[in-house]
Design a protein around this ligand. Sequence first.
Ligand code: HSE
Length: 313
Amino acid sequence: MNQEVRVFAPATVANVAVGFDILGFAIDGPGDEVIARRTDRPGLQITCITGDGGKLPLEAEKNTAGFAARRLLEQLGEAALGVEMEIHKKMPFGSGLGSSAASAAAGVMAINALLGMPVPKLESLHCAVLGEQIADGAYHADNVAPALLGGIILIRANQGLDVHRLPIPSELYAAVVYPHVRVLTKDARDVLSPTTTLPQCIQQTGNLGGLIVGLYESDYALIGRSLEDVIIEPQRAQLIPGFATVKQSALRAGALGCSISGAGPSVFALCKGAATAHRAGEAMQKAFLNQDIPCDLYVSPINQEGAKTIERS
Ligand code: HSE
Protein backbone atom coordinates (compact mmCIF):
# COMPACT_ATOMS: atom_id res chain seq x y z
CA MET A 1 0.00 0.00 0.00
CA ASN A 2 1.26 3.52 -0.84
CA GLN A 3 0.94 6.68 1.30
CA GLU A 4 0.31 8.95 -1.68
CA VAL A 5 -0.09 8.56 -5.45
CA ARG A 6 -0.53 10.96 -8.34
CA VAL A 7 -2.25 9.52 -11.41
CA PHE A 8 -3.12 10.79 -14.87
CA ALA A 9 -6.03 9.85 -17.15
CA PRO A 10 -6.14 11.04 -20.75
CA ALA A 11 -8.64 12.72 -23.04
CA THR A 12 -10.54 10.44 -25.39
CA VAL A 13 -12.32 10.54 -28.73
CA ALA A 14 -15.67 8.73 -28.55
CA ASN A 15 -17.71 7.37 -31.47
CA VAL A 16 -14.75 7.42 -33.92
CA ALA A 17 -17.18 8.33 -36.73
CA VAL A 18 -18.87 4.97 -37.15
CA GLY A 19 -19.29 3.60 -33.62
CA PHE A 20 -21.80 5.86 -31.89
CA ASP A 21 -21.66 5.07 -28.14
CA ILE A 22 -19.61 1.90 -28.79
CA LEU A 23 -16.13 3.01 -29.93
CA GLY A 24 -13.49 5.26 -28.41
CA PHE A 25 -9.76 5.86 -28.32
CA ALA A 26 -7.36 7.63 -25.98
CA ILE A 27 -4.82 10.31 -26.87
CA ASP A 28 -1.67 11.22 -24.95
CA GLY A 29 -2.89 14.61 -23.75
CA PRO A 30 -4.53 16.64 -22.42
CA GLY A 31 -5.91 14.83 -19.37
CA ASP A 32 -6.68 15.06 -15.67
CA GLU A 33 -4.52 14.38 -12.62
CA VAL A 34 -5.76 13.05 -9.32
CA ILE A 35 -3.75 12.77 -6.11
CA ALA A 36 -4.86 10.33 -3.41
CA ARG A 37 -3.22 10.17 0.03
CA ARG A 38 -3.84 8.17 3.16
CA THR A 39 -5.24 10.01 6.15
CA ASP A 40 -6.51 9.06 9.61
CA ARG A 41 -10.01 10.41 9.01
CA PRO A 42 -12.11 7.44 7.78
CA GLY A 43 -13.75 7.64 4.34
CA LEU A 44 -12.85 9.49 1.15
CA GLN A 45 -12.98 13.29 1.07
CA ILE A 46 -12.13 15.64 -1.80
CA THR A 47 -9.93 18.38 -0.36
CA CYS A 48 -9.09 20.44 -3.43
CA ILE A 49 -10.07 20.87 -7.08
CA THR A 50 -8.10 23.09 -9.46
CA GLY A 51 -8.59 24.01 -13.11
CA ASP A 52 -12.39 23.81 -13.00
CA GLY A 53 -13.21 27.47 -12.54
CA GLY A 54 -15.13 26.56 -9.38
CA LYS A 55 -17.65 24.48 -11.34
CA LEU A 56 -17.14 21.03 -9.84
CA PRO A 57 -18.55 19.88 -6.49
CA LEU A 58 -16.20 19.03 -3.62
CA GLU A 59 -18.87 16.70 -2.26
CA ALA A 60 -17.54 13.27 -3.20
CA GLU A 61 -20.96 11.72 -3.92
CA LYS A 62 -21.66 14.44 -6.51
CA ASN A 63 -18.24 14.44 -8.12
CA THR A 64 -17.38 12.03 -10.97
CA ALA A 65 -13.91 11.22 -9.59
CA GLY A 66 -15.08 11.05 -5.97
CA PHE A 67 -18.12 8.91 -6.74
CA ALA A 68 -16.11 6.48 -8.87
CA ALA A 69 -13.36 6.28 -6.23
CA ARG A 70 -15.83 5.59 -3.40
CA ARG A 71 -17.52 2.82 -5.41
CA LEU A 72 -14.14 1.16 -5.95
CA LEU A 73 -13.27 1.44 -2.24
CA GLU A 74 -16.59 -0.30 -1.48
CA GLN A 75 -15.94 -3.00 -4.10
CA LEU A 76 -12.56 -3.63 -2.47
CA GLY A 77 -14.04 -3.75 1.05
CA GLU A 78 -12.12 -0.57 1.99
CA ALA A 79 -14.98 1.93 2.33
CA ALA A 80 -13.68 3.08 5.74
CA LEU A 81 -10.13 3.71 4.54
CA GLY A 82 -9.10 7.34 5.15
CA VAL A 83 -8.31 8.96 1.79
CA GLU A 84 -7.87 12.60 0.81
CA MET A 85 -8.29 13.33 -2.88
CA GLU A 86 -7.15 16.29 -4.97
CA ILE A 87 -8.46 16.74 -8.52
CA HIS A 88 -6.49 18.78 -11.01
CA LYS A 89 -8.50 19.40 -14.17
CA LYS A 90 -6.05 19.88 -17.00
CA MET A 91 -8.42 19.65 -19.92
CA PRO A 92 -11.42 21.64 -21.14
CA PHE A 93 -15.01 20.91 -20.08
CA GLY A 94 -17.77 20.34 -22.63
CA SER A 95 -15.21 19.88 -25.37
CA GLY A 96 -16.14 16.43 -26.67
CA LEU A 97 -12.83 15.12 -25.32
CA GLY A 98 -14.24 13.09 -22.43
CA SER A 99 -13.45 15.46 -19.56
CA SER A 100 -15.76 13.79 -17.02
CA ALA A 101 -14.59 10.36 -18.16
CA ALA A 102 -10.95 11.34 -17.57
CA SER A 103 -11.83 12.43 -14.03
CA ALA A 104 -13.76 9.22 -13.33
CA ALA A 105 -10.96 7.05 -14.74
CA ALA A 106 -8.36 8.98 -12.72
CA GLY A 107 -10.53 8.59 -9.60
CA VAL A 108 -10.57 4.78 -9.74
CA MET A 109 -6.96 4.60 -10.87
CA ALA A 110 -5.89 6.70 -7.86
CA ILE A 111 -7.58 4.30 -5.43
CA ASN A 112 -6.30 1.19 -7.17
CA ALA A 113 -2.75 2.61 -7.24
CA LEU A 114 -2.92 3.78 -3.61
CA LEU A 115 -3.80 0.23 -2.58
CA GLY A 116 -1.01 -1.28 -4.71
CA MET A 117 -3.23 -2.33 -7.67
CA PRO A 118 -5.25 -5.08 -5.96
CA VAL A 119 -7.41 -5.45 -9.12
CA PRO A 120 -6.66 -5.26 -12.84
CA LYS A 121 -7.88 -1.97 -14.33
CA LEU A 122 -10.71 -3.76 -16.15
CA GLU A 123 -12.24 -4.74 -12.81
CA SER A 124 -12.42 -1.07 -11.81
CA LEU A 125 -14.13 -0.01 -15.05
CA HIS A 126 -17.69 -0.43 -13.77
CA CYS A 127 -16.97 2.01 -10.91
CA ALA A 128 -15.47 4.52 -13.37
CA VAL A 129 -18.54 4.27 -15.62
CA LEU A 130 -20.78 4.84 -12.57
CA GLY A 131 -18.72 7.97 -11.87
CA GLU A 132 -19.23 9.33 -15.35
CA GLN A 133 -22.92 8.57 -15.09
CA ILE A 134 -23.08 11.24 -12.37
CA ALA A 135 -22.10 13.80 -15.00
CA ASP A 136 -24.31 12.83 -17.92
CA GLY A 137 -26.96 10.47 -16.58
CA ALA A 138 -26.18 7.61 -18.97
CA TYR A 139 -24.23 4.40 -18.36
CA HIS A 140 -21.89 4.31 -21.35
CA ALA A 141 -18.21 3.48 -21.55
CA ASP A 142 -17.12 4.90 -24.90
CA ASN A 143 -14.99 7.58 -23.22
CA VAL A 144 -14.32 5.97 -19.83
CA ALA A 145 -13.05 2.63 -21.14
CA PRO A 146 -10.28 4.10 -23.33
CA ALA A 147 -9.47 6.74 -20.67
CA LEU A 148 -8.86 3.93 -18.16
CA LEU A 149 -7.51 1.15 -20.36
CA GLY A 150 -5.96 3.09 -23.25
CA GLY A 151 -6.07 2.03 -26.88
CA ILE A 152 -9.01 1.81 -29.24
CA ILE A 153 -11.88 0.13 -27.43
CA LEU A 154 -14.98 -1.47 -28.91
CA ILE A 155 -17.87 -1.75 -26.48
CA ARG A 156 -20.01 -4.60 -27.79
CA ALA A 157 -22.46 -3.89 -25.00
CA ASN A 158 -22.42 -1.23 -22.32
CA GLN A 159 -24.53 -3.40 -20.01
CA GLY A 160 -22.13 -5.95 -18.57
CA LEU A 161 -19.22 -3.97 -20.03
CA ASP A 162 -18.42 -6.37 -22.86
CA VAL A 163 -15.38 -4.32 -23.96
CA HIS A 164 -12.66 -5.28 -26.44
CA ARG A 165 -9.30 -3.76 -27.32
CA LEU A 166 -8.73 -3.34 -31.06
CA PRO A 167 -5.26 -3.43 -32.61
CA ILE A 168 -3.51 -0.15 -33.40
CA PRO A 169 -1.58 0.14 -36.66
CA SER A 170 1.88 1.48 -35.81
CA GLU A 171 1.62 4.68 -37.88
CA LEU A 172 -1.88 5.66 -36.78
CA TYR A 173 -2.01 9.21 -35.40
CA ALA A 174 -4.84 11.47 -34.33
CA ALA A 175 -5.17 15.22 -34.76
CA VAL A 176 -7.84 16.71 -32.53
CA VAL A 177 -8.97 20.31 -32.63
CA TYR A 178 -11.05 21.84 -29.87
CA PRO A 179 -12.82 25.01 -31.08
CA HIS A 180 -13.89 27.32 -28.29
CA VAL A 181 -17.62 27.11 -28.91
CA ARG A 182 -20.25 25.67 -26.62
CA VAL A 183 -21.99 22.42 -27.47
CA LEU A 184 -23.84 20.70 -24.63
CA THR A 185 -23.84 16.90 -24.83
CA LYS A 186 -27.53 16.96 -23.98
CA ASP A 187 -28.28 19.25 -26.96
CA ALA A 188 -26.06 17.13 -29.21
CA ARG A 189 -28.06 14.05 -28.18
CA ASP A 190 -31.41 15.84 -28.44
CA VAL A 191 -30.84 16.69 -32.13
CA LEU A 192 -30.57 13.00 -32.99
CA SER A 193 -33.46 11.24 -34.64
CA PRO A 194 -34.42 8.09 -32.73
CA THR A 195 -34.72 6.14 -35.98
CA THR A 196 -32.41 5.28 -38.87
CA THR A 197 -33.24 3.96 -42.30
CA LEU A 198 -32.25 0.48 -43.46
CA PRO A 199 -29.81 1.85 -46.11
CA GLN A 200 -28.12 4.02 -43.42
CA CYS A 201 -27.85 1.02 -41.16
CA ILE A 202 -26.34 -1.12 -43.92
CA GLN A 203 -23.76 1.53 -44.81
CA GLN A 204 -22.83 2.27 -41.20
CA THR A 205 -22.40 -1.38 -40.22
CA GLY A 206 -20.33 -1.92 -43.37
CA ASN A 207 -18.13 1.01 -42.37
CA LEU A 208 -17.79 -0.17 -38.76
CA GLY A 209 -16.79 -3.63 -39.96
CA GLY A 210 -14.40 -2.07 -42.48
CA LEU A 211 -12.76 0.05 -39.81
CA ILE A 212 -12.23 -2.97 -37.57
CA VAL A 213 -10.76 -5.06 -40.42
CA GLY A 214 -8.58 -2.06 -41.38
CA LEU A 215 -7.23 -1.85 -37.82
CA TYR A 216 -6.54 -5.59 -37.69
CA GLU A 217 -4.76 -5.56 -41.04
CA SER A 218 -3.07 -2.13 -40.77
CA ASP A 219 -4.88 -1.30 -44.02
CA TYR A 220 -4.85 2.49 -43.91
CA ALA A 221 -6.82 2.88 -47.14
CA LEU A 222 -9.61 0.67 -45.76
CA ILE A 223 -9.56 2.66 -42.49
CA GLY A 224 -9.94 5.83 -44.55
CA ARG A 225 -12.83 4.48 -46.67
CA SER A 226 -14.57 3.28 -43.53
CA LEU A 227 -14.41 6.52 -41.52
CA GLU A 228 -17.67 7.83 -42.93
CA ASP A 229 -20.52 8.42 -40.51
CA VAL A 230 -23.81 8.47 -42.41
CA ILE A 231 -26.04 8.61 -39.31
CA ILE A 232 -24.80 10.91 -36.52
CA GLU A 233 -22.42 13.41 -38.18
CA PRO A 234 -24.98 14.73 -40.70
CA GLN A 235 -27.33 15.52 -37.81
CA ARG A 236 -24.72 17.13 -35.51
CA ALA A 237 -22.60 19.01 -38.07
CA GLN A 238 -24.86 22.09 -37.74
CA LEU A 239 -23.74 22.48 -34.09
CA ILE A 240 -20.12 23.08 -35.14
CA PRO A 241 -19.50 26.30 -37.09
CA GLY A 242 -17.95 25.60 -40.49
CA PHE A 243 -17.72 21.85 -39.86
CA ALA A 244 -17.84 20.96 -43.60
CA THR A 245 -14.91 23.29 -44.35
CA VAL A 246 -12.92 22.01 -41.37
CA LYS A 247 -13.44 18.42 -42.47
CA GLN A 248 -12.54 19.21 -46.07
CA SER A 249 -9.34 20.91 -44.90
CA ALA A 250 -8.28 17.80 -42.98
CA LEU A 251 -9.00 15.49 -45.91
CA ARG A 252 -7.16 17.80 -48.35
CA ALA A 253 -4.18 17.74 -45.98
CA GLY A 254 -4.09 13.96 -46.29
CA ALA A 255 -6.14 12.72 -43.32
CA LEU A 256 -7.61 9.24 -43.68
CA GLY A 257 -10.89 10.46 -42.24
CA CYS A 258 -12.34 13.23 -40.12
CA SER A 259 -15.42 13.51 -37.92
CA ILE A 260 -16.82 14.89 -34.68
CA SER A 261 -15.11 13.86 -31.44
CA GLY A 262 -17.78 12.49 -29.11
CA ALA A 263 -20.68 14.92 -28.90
CA GLY A 264 -18.45 17.78 -30.16
CA PRO A 265 -17.48 20.53 -30.59
CA SER A 266 -14.00 18.99 -31.01
CA VAL A 267 -13.21 17.51 -34.39
CA PHE A 268 -10.70 14.69 -34.94
CA ALA A 269 -8.83 13.31 -37.91
CA LEU A 270 -7.08 9.95 -38.10
CA CYS A 271 -3.93 9.99 -40.18
CA LYS A 272 -1.10 7.77 -41.34
CA GLY A 273 2.05 9.21 -39.76
CA ALA A 274 2.81 12.07 -37.41
CA ALA A 275 3.71 14.54 -40.19
CA THR A 276 0.32 14.12 -41.91
CA ALA A 277 -1.45 14.42 -38.54
CA HIS A 278 0.32 17.73 -37.89
CA ARG A 279 -0.60 18.98 -41.38
CA ALA A 280 -4.23 17.92 -41.01
CA GLY A 281 -4.44 19.39 -37.52
CA GLU A 282 -3.01 22.73 -38.61
CA ALA A 283 -5.38 22.80 -41.61
CA MET A 284 -8.39 22.22 -39.34
CA GLN A 285 -7.13 24.83 -36.90
CA LYS A 286 -6.76 27.36 -39.72
CA ALA A 287 -10.31 26.64 -40.91
CA PHE A 288 -11.64 27.51 -37.44
CA LEU A 289 -9.37 30.55 -37.09
CA ASN A 290 -10.61 31.81 -40.48
CA GLN A 291 -14.02 32.06 -38.82
CA ASP A 292 -12.47 33.87 -35.83
CA ILE A 293 -12.96 30.83 -33.61
CA PRO A 294 -9.98 30.25 -31.30
CA CYS A 295 -9.04 26.61 -30.93
CA ASP A 296 -6.50 24.19 -29.46
CA LEU A 297 -4.75 21.46 -31.41
CA TYR A 298 -3.59 18.13 -30.00
CA VAL A 299 -1.61 15.70 -32.15
CA SER A 300 -0.93 12.28 -30.70
CA PRO A 301 -0.42 8.62 -31.46
CA ILE A 302 -3.17 6.44 -30.02
CA ASN A 303 -2.45 6.30 -26.28
CA GLN A 304 -2.08 2.62 -25.43
CA GLU A 305 -1.76 2.90 -21.66
CA GLY A 306 -4.73 4.96 -20.51
CA ALA A 307 -4.77 5.93 -16.84
CA LYS A 308 -1.35 5.64 -15.21
CA THR A 309 0.50 6.35 -11.99
CA ILE A 310 2.96 9.21 -12.39
CA GLU A 311 4.23 9.46 -8.78
CA ARG A 312 3.98 7.31 -5.69
CA SER A 313 5.42 7.40 -2.19
N1 HSE B 1 -21.15 8.77 -27.49
C1 HSE B 1 -21.50 9.98 -26.80
C2 HSE B 1 -22.19 10.93 -27.74
C3 HSE B 1 -20.25 10.62 -26.26
O1 HSE B 1 -21.72 11.07 -28.87
O2 HSE B 1 -23.20 11.53 -27.38
C4 HSE B 1 -20.53 11.77 -25.36
O3 HSE B 1 -20.82 11.35 -24.06
